[in-house]
Design a protein around this ligand. Sequence first.
Ligand SMILES: NC(=O)c1ccc[n+]([C@@H]2O[C@H](COP(=O)([O-])OP(=O)(O)OC[C@H]3O[C@@H](n4cnc5c(N)ncnc54)[C@H](O)[C@@H]3O)[C@@H](O)[C@H]2O)c1
Ligand SMILES: *[C@@H]1O[C@H](CO)[C@@H](O)[C@H](O)[C@H]1NC(C)=O
Ligand SMILES: *[C@@H]1O[C@H](CO)[C@@H](O)[C@H](O)[C@H]1NC(C)=O
Ligand SMILES: *[C@@H]1O[C@H](CO)[C@@H](O)[C@H](O)[C@H]1NC(C)=O
Length: 399
Amino acid sequence: MRSMDYADPKKKSNIVGKILMAATLTAMCILMLKQSPNFSSPSHFSHHEPGVVHVLVTGGAGYIGSHATLRLLKDSYRVTVVDNLSRGNLGAIKVLQQLFPEPGRLQFIYADLGDAKAVHKIFSENAFDAVMHFAAVAYVGESTLDPLKYYHNITSNTLVVLEAMAAHGVKTLIYSSTCATYGEPEKMPITEVTPQLPINPYGKAKKMAEDIILDFHKNSDMAVMILRYFNVIGSEPEGRLGEAPRPELREHGRISGACFDAARGIISGLKVRGTDYKTPDGTCIRDYIDVTDLVDAHVKALEKAKPRHVGIYNVGTGRGRSVKEFVEACKKATGVPIKVDFLPRRPGDYAEVYSDPTKIRNELNWTAKHTDLQKSLQIAWRWQKVHLNGYGTPQVMSA
Ligand SMILES: NC(=O)c1ccc[n+]([C@@H]2O[C@H](COP(=O)([O-])OP(=O)(O)OC[C@H]3O[C@@H](n4cnc5c(N)ncnc54)[C@H](O)[C@@H]3O)[C@@H](O)[C@H]2O)c1
Ligand SMILES: *[C@@H]1O[C@H](CO)[C@@H](O)[C@H](O)[C@H]1NC(C)=O
Ligand SMILES: *[C@@H]1O[C@H](CO)[C@@H](O)[C@H](O)[C@H]1NC(C)=O
Ligand SMILES: *[C@@H]1O[C@H](CO)[C@@H](O)[C@H](O)[C@H]1NC(C)=O
């Protein structure tokens, strides 16, 4: 079992659950093996090949990770995705495998990054040149309800990945961080030297992971790029991938998800919380970055990563958009007259957050190109409309 691998499920008292889980995983494993053209030639992944850069993408079945994988494959990288599908979608992996069926292009490994033994085994059996570490749990609201899940799945798992990289001599890391590590800065826009004072477990867990990476880096010859994303929206323009979070995460969801759910009629409308902020229209201001631009920043970061060097970059448009503007763009993009309720403020929200993207433009020659909110939402909506079930059984919206 080379191209598929899975970790022992965590100790659970429920035997029946365990058996069911094992059966499901075995079935899935067989299914994937049957469909995986790579299975017959694992050597592509286990040896370095001149001219081929092999990237480990953790969390590659998730929203951003799957988009990054597509871009890397298009740019002729070799990709191994590791994901435990706790939040990602096997359907996204299938789409990618169908697009790049040639041997040695894409490999999927089912494993939990919390399982250090499994991770070390993956690193010993594969010859990675670089790691893009996306895997994480990523909802601010959930992080305040279940902080340990965040410190475990973000901070502790990053440590596991770093230890495996050190042990197996993998020298380039591109790390997914977030503007949530800045907390509530007094001065806008946010630059990379704005003090990091995170105010929720999500931001704190990411900040701690950054600190671990930076400390480790001081005495190593690793090339590190830390990208702090602002609010990610959109999907791939050709409509093959989209954002499909688990239904149970909807309540913690992000504004674009809520907008699409409202347009679909799953929820009765949008609730805008807070209209008395000190902003031009009274609603909160955020910086929305299109996922296509975001993955472009990752590829540029990978190309420019240098041994013994750390690059830390904000990835945003540099332009703040109010929630009211977002809602208007959403109405136009979906063509649905979404009902909007204006409610009092929600505790913990800050008025204004937007990036100063000067550093990444100067050093990586990257700028956001997909900055038309309505267009980004329109592209994402096109995918949502024909994937009402996410990556599950196809279901198309009528009318
Ligand atoms: N979406 C945003 O707006 C945003 C903003 C800033 C930063 N980020 C960061 O970007 C990264 C990707 O976010 P996303 O929006 O694509 O989230 P996502 O939930 O869609 O993807 C995360 C993926 O990681 C996998 N995963 C989680 N824990 C794992 C584990 N222990 N072992 C193996 N796989 C595991 C999940 O199954 C999922 O496929 C995260 O690190 C997140 O913190 C996202
Ligand atoms: C995914 O990993 C987490 C640990 O980070 C684990 O608790 C969870 O059970 C795993 N999910 C699956 C489906 O294996
Ligand atoms: C890690 O996150 C997954 C969900 O993505 C969850 O099932 C698991 O319990 C978390 N692990 C821990 C140790 O909290
Ligand atoms: C910067 O990127 C643009 C495309 O966005 C390209 O035309 C230009 O040549 C690049 N400049 C450098 C110095 O690489």
